[in-house]
Design a protein around this ligand. Structure first.
Ligand SMILES: NC(=O)c1ccc[n+]([C@@H]2O[C@H](COP(=O)([O-])OP(=O)(O)OC[C@H]3O[C@@H](n4cnc5c(N)ncnc54)[C@H](O)[C@@H]3O)[C@@H](O)[C@H]2O)c1
Ligand SMILES: O=P(O)(O)OC[C@H]1O[C@H](O[C@H]2[C@H](O)[C@@H](O)[C@@H](O)O[C@@H]2CO)[C@H](O)[C@@H](O)[C@@H]1O
Ligand SMILES: [Mn+2]
Length: 443
């Protein structure tokens, strides 16, 4: 009989919460629940999601205790896991992260370039605060963090919370591997034996084999040359947002830079920043698409359920994409030694890369944490790109810790998406104005 787990979702007002709650309720055979709590620092926003989730739990698993709160002690006491997906500044600030760089002719993106740097300067304080609450009220708990920008957050947790029980993860490789499986006609990404390395949102697959060891890369690369990662299923998905369709299609160009690997979709912002800017609408970015799409859909559905008083006909679907969260919690709770891509300190696993960089590589995960798999030396092309990008991430954390304007200017100047220190400074000064409520004071 598996021991029941008590789980706190930090960022309870997240657009992803209802589907993750449904997933947790649906997967109790693999991860039985004792209690499920939501925590947020925006009571009004969270209450809308919390009341709807209360109906989902009551109708699907009445034996599971459910509550939501803005009180840290109530939230973080007596829990086994914190699943953290906060967005400091919410979508209003994501919109600024995306539009301010575009105003200066530079890539405007949630986690990449100056937008990602600005987001990182907001997220560090919020995630560290969650870790401190967890350690204060449930010192044996683990944090499964996928609050973005995961690269900068992971570097900050390495520096500021070096002994904390925090696992940083991203679902982009997982989503792409599901596309690989679809392209290959396989039932799931779990059929694939992969090798991957990089930084978060900045990596490459170097090997994809089936369970018998057959090399599947050539078949995927052949498909990708024509269609990118737009699998037949995705291509016919009426709900696929235009910007994601474009991103998956553009992989066919991103992949040409190294025909021996397969790239993470995010590399497009670094290889083709000029094309991305030319295809961007500076007045209507991804943040607007999500506010008009997912955020509106999720909150409308929450309010519909609460108004009718039941969730029997809910439009919410089980967040299959988030199944990695179950894998993560199971691995730690039941010592399954699951192999997962995690964002961890390099420590020589990429043997010719920065020792203390936070890299995204395959790890074995169990009750006592993770054991990274050795990658070995990487080629000059990837090494050069990663050294530049990891310097951006490290300088951003330096700037947050030291309150340093200069370090943040260096970080933005260092980004491959920014053409000059003049442009970097103009963007930085606009971001400082927009983030005065969120960033530490810079001198
Ligand atoms: N790592 C990944 O692969 C991955 C995938 C999807 C989403 N995400 C991340 O998950 C997070 C949530 O995404 P979303 O689109 O649902 O955002 P959202 O804005 O809908 O929800 C985020 C919630 O966090 C709350 N919040 C903000 N600051 C907080 C703080 N200091 N303490 C407690 N709560 C706080 C907000 O009030 C909001 O309710 C984002 O960081 C997003 O980038 C990561
Ligand atoms: O623009 P958004 O908010 O829709 O997505 C930004 C996030 O994109 C990735 O997460 C995707 C995931 O890759 C995909 O498979 C599916 O599950 O949706 C997720 C959210 O859209 C990326 O990994 C995240 O870091 C981004 O925040
Ligand atoms: Mn991600």
């Amino acid at each position: 009989m598996l021991q029941k787990q008590s789980i706190l979702i930090a960022g309870g007002g997240s657009t992803f919460t209802p589907e993750i709650v449904l997933l947790l309720l649906e997967r109790q055979a693999d991860l039985p629940l004792k209690e499920l709590k939501l925590y947020d620092n925006d009571a009004k926003r969270q209450a809308i999601v919390g009341e709807a989730c209360a109906l989902l739990v009551k109708e699907r698993a009445p034996e599971v205790m459910f509550s939501y709160t803005t009180d840290p002690k109530e939230a973080f006491s007596n829990i086994d896991f914190v699943m953290a997906h906060i967005r400091v500044g919410k979508y209003a600030m994501r919109e600024q992260d995306e539009k301010i760089p575009l105003k200066h002719g530079v890539v405007g993106q949630e986690t990449c370039g100056p937008g990602g740097i600005a987001y990182g300067m907001r997220s560090i304080g919020g995630v560290v605060e969650l870790i401190k609450y967890m350690e204060q009220y449930s010192p044996n708990a683990w944090m499964l963090n996928y609050s973005n920008p995961a690269a900068i957050v992971a570097e900050a947790t390495r520096r500021l919370c070096p002994t904390s029980k925090v696992i940083n993860i991203c679902d982009m490789p997982i989503g792409i591997e599901e596309n690989f499986a679809a392209i290959l006609g396989l039932p799931s990404r779990k059929e694939l034996d992969i090798r991957y390395y990089g930084l978060n949102h900045f990596g490459w697959w170097t090997s994809i084999r089936d369970q018998e060891g057959k090399d599947l890369m050539p078949e995927i690369q052949e498909y990708t040359k024509k269609h990118g990662y737009l699998s037949p299923q995705l291509a016919s998905d009426p709900h696929l947002d235009a910007s994601w369709r474009e991103t998956f299609e553009m992989v066919k160009d991103v992949a040409t830079l190294d025909p021996t690997t397969l790239p993470n979709t995010y590399l497009k912002y670094y290889f083709y920043p000029d094309r991305v800017v030319a295809h961007s609408n500076p007045h209507h970015t991804r943040a607007n698409e999500v506010m008009e799409g997912r955020e509106k859909r999720v909150f409308d559905e929450c309010q519909r359920l609460v108004a009718q008083g039941h969730a029997k006909d809910t439009h919410f679907e089980i967040g299959a994409h988030a199944s990695y969260i179950i894998d993560l919690a199971r691995a730690i709770a039941y010592n399954t030694k699951e192999r997962m891509l995690l964002i961890v300190e390099n420590r020589g696993n990429i043997s010719n890369f920065t020792w203390d960089a936070m890299v995204e590589i395959p790890c074995l995960l169990g009750a006592n944490g993770y054991e990274p798999l050795h990658v070995g030396a990487i080629p000059t092309f990837q090494k050069g790109l990663m050294e530049q990008q990891v310097a951006v991430e490290k300088l951003t954390v330096d700037a947050w810790i030291e309150g340093s304007y200069l370090k943040l200017w260096q970080a933005i100047t260092m980004s491959k998406t920014v053409p000059s220190a003049d442009v970097a400074k103009a963007i930085l000064d606009d971001l400082i104005t927009a983030n005065k409520e969120y960033w530490p004071a810079l001198k």
